[in-house]
Design a protein around this ligand. Structure first.
Ligand code: GLU
Length: 416
């Protein structure tokens, strides 16, 4: 996942440096904020279906726990690198601080290609990963969750493995579980729903009517497909283009996102959806739409294509989809960017609700989850927008300033 010329961790550090300078934080605090607190490199041995033992490399990085136990997902991806996991663990730290939940930041990853692995192999890998980090995680220590190519079923296996090792049922060790075993109602679409709430607030600020506003979504996984469904359901938008790794589809009259999802489930991709024109993953980013939603991987909006972006709002549901060069171009062109760790914070927010429900063993109605999520996302959006207007900085720098100052304050109070 690491673009050859771009090191995501170096970028994350540069973004941090800029906000630290603006906030005037002490060099001691700055130094602590620049690096992860703890890093684990793992080798996981898995018996494959053909009887052979395969070695997988994995990571768990606990970036900062000044505000509470570490929190963050696990990615299963063939191009995972330690620097990507480092960057993502830093972003989790800023994300939990920005939505003001009492958790820190972490991230995990395994270098593997889940698309070529059987269910049994994925189960053994999931359990093997937990056996390796068992001692370093826990409801009071570090709580993993799903991310790219990891699913609620994998969270179920992981929770089961941890519980077996502990000797009793421990749902609070992992979030994003199926509801039948301690998952929260509303966790499935939480990342997209939270993002849509921030789009609603951005549109309010820009005085943009979202009724029939056009939307293009790159990526039709969990976040992207629910973003399509909810942008229509909550904001009345018209979804005109979507894509996945195999390519994209376009229809100026709009799609029914549910039918596109059915088509993807049946055929494995959104491409060849009846009545739609084909479009490439590159072209989808340059379409003349009101709202553009990158919901796949890092660094898809670069200095090459940023000048061609026509959208009024970019809602970054993916982590790190925009390069720093592109950021400057978008800001000058008055494209309103809802930065990733604000836009996609809905997932971890409902993960936090799930953890709270697990610890109290008392489960909430769906409406309660939605209301509380809306409150958190709206508050975080407003805090960021206020900082953006007050400090005359872009939304990303503003989000950093709000989040980093909260983490720094916790560290100071704890005497670090
Ligand atoms: N992987 C998601 C994220 O990047 C969710 C993390 C969580 O729920 O802990 O925010």
């Amino acid at each position: 996942m690491q673009n050859k010329r771009l090191n995501p961790f170096k970028i994350a550090q540069a973004q941090l440096d800029e906000s630290v300078k603006k906030l005037g934080l002490a060099p001691r605090i700055h130094r602590l904020l620049r690096k992860p607190m703890r890093e684990y490199r793992l080798t996981i041995l898995v018996k494959m279906d053909n009887g052979r033992i395969k070695r997988f490399k994995g990571f768990r990085i606990q970036y900062n726990d000044a505000r509470g136990p570490c929190k963050g997902g696990i990615r299963f991806h063939p191009e995972e690198t330690i620097d990507t996991v480092r960057a993502l663990s830093a972003w989790m730290t800023w994300k939990t601080a920005l939505v003001d939940i009492p958790l820190g930041g972490a991230k995990g990853g395994v270098i593997c290609n889940p698309k070529t692995m059987s269910g049994g192999e994925l189960e053994r890998l999931s359990r093997g990963y937990i056996r390796k980090i068992f001692k370093y995680i826990g409801p009071e220590r570090d709580i993993p969750a799903p991310d790219v190519y990891t699913t609620p079923q994998m969270m179920a296996w992981m929770m089961d493995e941890y519980s077996k090792l502990k000797g009793y049922y421990c749902p609070g060790v992992i979030t994003g579980k199926p509801v039948e075993i301690g998952g929260s109602l509303g966790r499935g679409d939480a990342t997209a729903r939270g993002g849509i709430y921030t789009v609603r607030e951005a549109a309010r600020h820009l005085r943009l009517n979202t009724k029939n506003a056009t939307v293009a979504i790159q990526g039709y996984g969990n976040a992207g497909s629910y973003a399509a469904i909810l942008s229509r359901e909550i904001l009345g938008c018209k979804v005109v283009a979507v894509s996945d790794t195999k390519g994209g589809i376009y229809n100026p009259d709009g799609f029914d996102p549910h039918s596109v999802l059915q088509h993807k489930k049946k055929t494995g991709s959104v491409i060849n959806f009846p009545g739609a024109k084909s479009i490439t993953n590159k072209d989808i980013l340059e379409l003349d739409v009101d709202i553009l939603c990158p919901a796949a991987l890092e660094y898809v909006i670069t200095k090459q294509n940023a000048p061609k972006v026509k959208a009024k709002i970019i809602a970054e549901l993916a982590n790190g989809p925009t390069t720093p060069d592109a950021d400057k171009i978008l800001y000058n062109n008055k494209v309103f960017v809802i930065p990733d760790f604000l836009c996609n914070a809905g997932g971890v927010t409902v993960s936090y609700f799930e953890w709270v429900q697990n610890l109290s063993n008392f489960y909430w109605e769906l409406e309660e989850v939605h209301q509380r999520l809306d409150k958190k996302m709206t508050r975080a959006f407003k805090d960021t927008l206020n900082m953006c207007l007050k400090g005359k900085v872009n939304m990303r720098v503003a989000a950093y300033m709000v989040a980093v100052s909260r983490v720094a304050r916790a560290m100071e109070l704890r005497g670090w």
